[in-house]
Design a protein around this ligand. Structure first.
Ligand SMILES: [Fe+2]
Length: 316
């Protein structure tokens, strides 16, 4: 990140947020404990992933797992949305999460091919652009350049940072055409009505999500969609009146038992919120299995997922 990009981020996020994020990133490199929800983080256990990787290679099933990790499933999720204005009925949101774009050579282009014929009005990328949660990231540029131009839609491409993403990655992600919402919001207009996207910084590891900052200037009675990397702050979100909460992070287990039972979910919330559609009080939500893979580029009984959320009026 050059000096100008750093100063732009300083001005945009404020010294407090940027300072805490960068301090936490340094701590993250050095430690297995984070600042956010939960005190232990599987993603830092490189020895664990190496052991599983070796076991998969020795048993000869790694190739099958890699093959599975590229069999993208497209799902449509119809969302009864409280108070949705007529002009926004039928609006289609493409969600890609946990891309981990450098996990497999050419993954950006492969995802681009999978979305080419899909119909959507806006695209949201809900975090985890990088495979590892520390280390290099400049090689992501190539994958982003292959993917983002394929996300053609009338309202734009938005994103948030996940626990695998350093704040220094923000300028290169935005240069590729993704507008990041880091405790920020964006209003999307359709026929005079607005849908607000509110994006939070990572809650899982960094604990730097800030509802108050993100909601500044957002009307209380507006149609509001919350983007959070993990499904771990559902009760806090429900108190603030969002119609829809979109998350990822769990990979729905990624390596599951037959039938899809996850062995590891790595999220501080009930299991029922860790995959697929859910409801909490009046708020609808969806936790996507993700389109990429982390730790090991392999999936078993848990295909990678591309989701289109279709907004509908909630029955009274
Ligand atoms: Fe992830």
């Amino acid at each position: 990140m050059d000096e100008k990009a750093f100063n732009d981020l300083r001005q945009r996020l404020g010294d407090e947020h940027l300072g805490k994020r960068m301090r936490a990133q340094v701590d993250h490199i050095l430690s297995l404990t984070g600042q956010g929800l939960g005190t232990f983080h599987f993603e830092n256990m490189t020895w664990f992933f190496r052991s599983v990787d070796i076991a998969l290679r020795l048993s000869g099933v790694i190739k099958l797992g890699q093959h599975n990790a590229l069999q993208f499933v497209v799902r449509e999720n119809r969302v009864p949305f409280a108070g949705l204005p007529e002009a926004l009925v039928g609006l289609r949101i493409l969600q890609l999460t946990d891309l981990h774009l450098d996990g497999y050579p050419g993954l950006g282009g492969l995802i681009a091919n999978a979305v080419t014929n899909l119909d959507f009005d806006v695209c949201v990328l809900t975090g985890d652009f990088r495979f590892s949660d520390t280390g290099l990231y400049l090689h992501l540029v190539k994958e982003l350049k292959a993917l983002v131009p394929a996300l053609i839609c009338r309202l734009g491409v938005f994103g948030i940072l996940g626990n695998h993403d350093f704040i220094e990655m923000a300028p290169l992600i935005e240069a590729a055409g993704v507008r990041l919402l880091i405790n920020e919001s964006a209003a999307l207009e359709t026929n005079g009505e607005k849908l607000w996207l509110i994006g939070l910084d990572d809650a899982h590891f960094y604990g730097l999500h800030d509802f108050d900052k993100a909601l500044r200037g957002v009307p209380a009675d507006a149609a509001r969609v919350l983007l959070v990397h993990s499904p771990e702050i559902i009760p806090q979100a429900a108190e603030r009146g969002f119609g829809l909460y979109l998350a990822g992070h769990t990979h729905a287990g990624q390596i599951c038992l037959p039938g899809g039972r996850a062995l590891l979910l790595n999220a501080a919330c009930e299991r029922k919120y860790t995959f697929g559609p859910w409801k909490f009080k009046g708020m609808r939500g969806y936790t996507s299995a993700g389109v990429g893979s982390s730790g090991i580029f392999a999936r078993f009984f848990c295909p990678p997922e591309i989701v289109i959320h279709v907004l509908e009026r909630a029955e009274k």
